[in-house]
Design a protein around this ligand. Structure first.
Ligand code: NAD
Length: 456
């Protein structure tokens, strides 16, 4: 009998397995594929590897701007793919080793919750019962599609296939301009593909501040991405040369369509009915303090949890909360107020806390400060002055949320994570000195302005 059986070895599941070691708990971890889950094997990590290839390509392509002569860059697609695979393999190997040193018992196969633990069905069809005192369900999510767009992995694909393309597609239509669609659009356009980005809502990166969407949109126009918002696509037509994607009274002809319209939780077939855990539109409701479902001893973490963002780092944090509760009975609730969200386009868009619209909706009287990166020395040196900083504070009160667009936004957003998490007043945060010259200085300037005493 294990203390915990975990179904799913992605960020939620493997973090739970690793963390349980701190409490001396025995753990069984069931994974049907490779440990690491979507994020490590076919999501965040490989996507960022491709984005890095695109960034290096662009740095070389623009080198003359910086006084460096170089020849025309070319993407060696198979070398870039091999590098991506090597990064993934290295991290999967490292994670497997770490799980071993933490004494986690690994079970390869398909896991299903049953009363008193879980059953694992291995590839050869044999089943093993794994009794446990607590069960953590961490089965993650899969890409959704839309009517008419049947994923065939060739002409109509999801991010999972696109990360393993063996050559650069010439012409791509991307449906959905959320994080996945925007990142692929940025990457593909940067390496020279023709990209059509088709979004149903009226802005790209819906949910992010409109100022951020506009700044990223400007960079997309420079990359010659054909961005269409407010678009409802009709079912595609497979043609001899590729795919035709109709929308409104027009259409685009492309080689491949990447569908990026969100991800659905994997909660069917994993034994939920059998153990009495109910779902809401496929997601599992949990106690926000402990991650325990309505069934005592059964926990859920990660992309399957109802009402929380589908982000690897949220999954990590939820895993820590679940394990802490199982081990000690105490709560270590996730602080959902200050979760950084980063879209790794070039430039990146990063946010934390509430947007202006969310703050108003929640009844706050808000004070908003916008600042551009145009005059920030480091941004000028980088040749990247299209960035923005936006800080949303309660009137005469703390910082509620912030957004940054810049190639380094995903790094510098973390100081604002503390500001939001610690409910700092703009004047308190502005009292600290930002080093000169840095991109963070753009945030310092915005904080000074938010505190009512701008400098530059
Ligand atoms: P998403 O929900 O972020 O974006 C989906 C987009 O598709 C939305 O903009 C939506 O309006 C649009 N859409 C839906 N139906 C459409 C239609 N019929 N036609 C055109 N557009 C349509 O989902 P995603 O980008 O697929 O990402 C899935 C999840 O993974 C998200 O929760 C996302 O936050 C997460 N993710 C995060 C990162 C990151 O943090 N960098 C990267 C990748 C994925």
């Amino acid at each position: 009998m294990h203390d915990i059986v975990i179904i799913g070895g992605g960020p939620g599941g493997y973090a739970a397995a690793l963390y349980a070691f701190n409490f001396g708990l025995s753990v069984a971890l069931i994974e049907k594929d490779r440990v690491g889950g979507t994020c490590l094997v076919r999501g965040c990590i490989p996507a960022k590897s491709w984005l890095e290839t695109a960034a290096v390509f662009q740095t070389v392509a623009r080198s003359s701007e910086f006084g460096v002569r170089s020849s025309e860059p070319e993407v060696d697609w198979s070398a870039a793919l091999a590098r991506k695979n090597k990064i993934v393999d290295g991290l999967v190997g490292g994670l497997s080793g770490l799980l071993k040193t933490r004494d986690v018992d690994m079970y390869a196969g398909f896991g299903r919750a049953v009363p008193g633990g879980a059953v694992v069905t291995s590839l050869d069809g044999s089943t093993t019962m794994l009794p446990a005192k607590a069960t953590i369900i961490a089965t993650g999510s899969v890409a959704r599609s839309i009517p008419g767009y049947d994923i065939d992995g060739e002409r109509i694909v999801t991010s999972r296939h696109a990360l393993d393309w063996e050559q650069r597609p010439e012409r791509v239509a991307i449906i959905g301009a959320g994080a996945i669609g925007a990142e692929f659009a940025s990457m593909l356009a940067d390496v020279g593909s023709e990209v059509h980005l088709l979004e149903a809502l009226d802005q790209i990166l819906p949910g992010m501040e409109p100022e951020a969407a506009k700044a990223v949109g400007r960079s997309f126009r420079k990359k010659r991405i054909n961005v269409k918002t407010g678009v409802r696509v009709d079912p595609p037509r497979i043609t001899a040369g590729g795919v035709m994607v109709p929308f409104g009274d027009t259409s685009v002809d492309v080689d491949v369509v990447l569908v990026a319209v969100g991800r659905a939780p994997v909660t069917e077939g994993v034994g939920l009915e059998e153990v009495g855990v109910s779902t809401e539109r496929g997601f599992i409701p949990v106690d926000a303090e402990t991650m325990e479902t309505a069934v005592p001893g059964i926990y859920a973490v990660g992309d399957i949890v109802a009402g929380t963002p589908q982000l690897a780092h949220v999954g990590f944090s939820e895993a820590l909360a679940a394990v802490t509760h199982i081990a000690t009975g105490e709560t270590a609730a996730v602080d959902y107020r200050a979760i950084p969200m980063i879209v790794y386009t070039h430039p990146e868009a990063a946010s934390v806390g509430l947007t202006e619209a969310q703050a108003i909706e929640q009844g706050y009287d808000v004070e908003v400060t916008n600042h551009g990166m145009r005059a920030v020395g480091r941004a000028i040196i980088h040749g990247e002055t299209g960035g923005v900083v936006k800080i949303v504070a309660q009137k005469d009160g703390p910082i509620l949320g912030a957004t940054v667009v810049d190639p380094l936004a995903g790094e510098v957003i973390h100081e604002l994570m503390y500001s939001v998490g610690w409910e700092a007043l703009p004047a308190e945060a502005a009292a600290f000195i930002h080093a000169h010259p840095t991109i963070s200085e753009g945030i310092g300037e915005t904080l000074l302005a938010a505190a009512g005493r701008p400098l530059h």
